[in-house]
Write a protein that binds this ligand. Structure first.
Ligand code: UDX
Length: 432
């Protein structure tokens, strides 16, 4: 099939490349000229394992193209995918300006042949209808069906997730579009759910909000474990063996970050409130997440009697999770800002996110190239992102390098017992 993908962010670039790998001809469009030039030189603007090779391979095979010319791409396409950003606004609502602007441009570029328009961006319920209206206003004779096919990929394993989805959700009110989109996705999975566009849009928000709820739930249990000397690690293991609960997303820590969970929970909350419904669970999920990053500072306060002034704190990991350079909504930001305000000196290590961190953090930080260099002579080490470079520091290395043997494990990813045996003062989140 012939595809045009508008927007070469995470979702657009990974899905466009993957559809090319499946044998389709894909033209990826971005309005940022520099980005398109970069991609045409096989330079990938994001850190995503496996993507560079796949882009190069499919470009060389003549199936994948990058351009700034939306008109040409749309004219030739049977399926046009919108994959532009829907950032958070001040109210928590998703900003749809980019989606609407693209819809208008699509309207100006369509020809008379039938085209399926797919919304891949995470958008409020009812957006497929709004996009349909905008296109028809611009080009009343348009032969189109606007559908919702949300993307569920995770950063850091985006390529793998695209080729091994748990399900594909197709939201459409037309049989013709459903058939074309089913044919396009069939090589990826048999689990294809076909529903109406509004339900499909809701599936995306509800899925992300549910996963965020699991995390905030186990974080709340961890906070209660702390008060009663129970170990949340054992609690999550015991709970997760119940098939109705499942073991995944029950990892307690300093809270969820990234470009999706924080924004999507707030956007769904806004949708509910906009219709006069108070979404108590979503509010609580957000509230728990907001306090969670402070837990590591509370542990430091307890150990140092509230005196952090002048102490060197090693921050191990900055990205919102390992295997990405993404700093969006990373808990490290709040932690570092709080420690800095309290007069602490920050020495930070991250194998990928330092450049992005420098742009987001207006704080005096000493960055190191090695995890061990960050802890050398520090008063305490804080594990903030569970990169393998950070979790592989041995208890002996911590003991030798730190000025004071204090390790705060914000991700519950270190071996509590062996650290304690090595004489280290260890605190996790809800770990006794
Ligand atoms: C998420 C969804 O998983 C994906 O389906 C969606 O399309 C986009 O949002 P992503 O943001 O890449 O993907 O990261 P994910 O691996 O889901 O982790 C999100 C955050 O939750 C991270 O900050 C992570 O550290 C945290 N997390 C995850 C926990 O704190 N505990 C857990 O048990 C799992």
């Amino acid at each position: 099939m012939k595809l045009a993908v508008i927007g070469t962010g995470y979702v657009g670039l990974v899905s466009g490349t993957s559809f090319a790998e499946l044998g389709n001809t894909v033209v990826c469009v971005d309005k940022v000229e520099e980005k398109v030039e970069q991609l045409n030189r096989n330079e990938i603007p994001i850190y995503e394992p496996g993507l560079e090779e796949l882009v190069k391979k499919n470009k060389d095979a003549g199936r994948l193209f990058f351009t700034t010319n939306i008109q040409e791409a749309v004219e030739q396409a049977e399926i046009v995918m919108i994959a532009v950003g829907t950032p958070e606004t001040e109210t928590g609502a998703a900003n749809l300006n980019y989606v609407y602007a693209v819809a208008e441009e699509i309207g100006q570029s369509l020809t008379n042949s039938f085209t399926v328009i797919v919304n891949k961006s995470t958008v409020p319920v009812g957006t497929a209808e709004a996009v349909n209206e905008i296109i028809r206003k611009t080009y009343p004779q348009a032969e189109i069906d606007v559908c919702s096919v949300p993307e569920f990929l995770r950063e850091g394993s985006a390529v793998h997730d695209t080729f091994h989805p748990d399900r594909v959700v197709i939201g459409t009110s037309s049989e013709k579009a459903a058939d074309m989109l089913t044919e396009l996705h069939r090589p990826l999975t048999d689990q294809i759910v076909v529903t109406d566009p509004r339900s499909s849009e809701m599936i995306k928000y509800a899925s992300n909000a549910f996963l965020a709820t699991k995390i905030s739930f186990i974080n709340e249990i961890a906070n209660i474990c702390d008060l009663y000397d129970a170990d949340v690690h054992a609690v999550a293991q015991g709970m997760g063996l119940d098939h109705r609960i499942g073991p995944k997303f029950l990892h307690a820590g300093i809270g969820y970050g990234g470009s999706c969970f924080p924004k999507d929970v707030k956007a769904l909350k806004f949708l509910a409130e906009d219709k006069g419904y108070q979404p108590n669970i979503l509010q609580a999920v957000n509230d728990v997440n907001n306090i969670q990053s402070h837990k590591v500072v509370e542990h430091l306060d307890r150990i140092f009697d509230g005196d952090i002034q002048g102490r060197t704190i090693a921050v191990l990991g900055l990205a919102f999770k390992p295997n990405t350079d993404d700093m969006r909504e990373a808990p490290s930001i709040k932690i570092i800002e709080e420690l800095n305000q309290r007069g602490g000196h920050i020495r930070a290590f991250d194998p990928a996110a330092v450049e992005n961190a420098k742009q987001m953090l207006d704080v005096d930080i000493t960055y190191t190239d090695q995890a061990l260099a960050a802890i050398d002579g520090a008063d305490a080490a804080l594990l903030v992102t569970e990169w393998k470079e950070c979790v592989s520091i041995t208890p002996e290395q911590f003991k030798q390098a730190l000025k004071q043997p204090v390790v705060i494990d914000g991700r519950n990813a270190l071996d509590k017992e062996s650290l304690k045996q090595a004489g280290i003062i260890y605190h996790g989140i809800g770990r006794k």
